[in-house]
Write a protein that binds this ligand. Sequence first.
Ligand SMILES: [Zn+2]
Length: 95
Amino acid sequence: MKFLNKKPIDALTINERRQKIREELKKRTCRFCKSKEIYIDFKEVKRLERCLTEQGKIIPKRLTGTCAKHQRQLNLAIKRGRLLALFPFVSQVIR
Ligand SMILES: [Zn+2]
């Protein structure tokens, strides 16, 4: 699926996007443990956006494989970011 990676995420159709997310979810290792240089901070919007669903929810650790310690840091960072309007509370209003 190399051609998918070249496109920006906005250019993908819904099905392609879902497939991409599914592929990402298959990897079940904590990516914050892998590279110890990464520090979870609410200012790093691009990195934390990957931990949110399209609706703006935080993806649970049972799907991403993030360890408990890093998931806690992640949740705190996203919730701080929401207060500063960096992340949405709800991105798609359903009904
Ligand atoms: Zn970890």
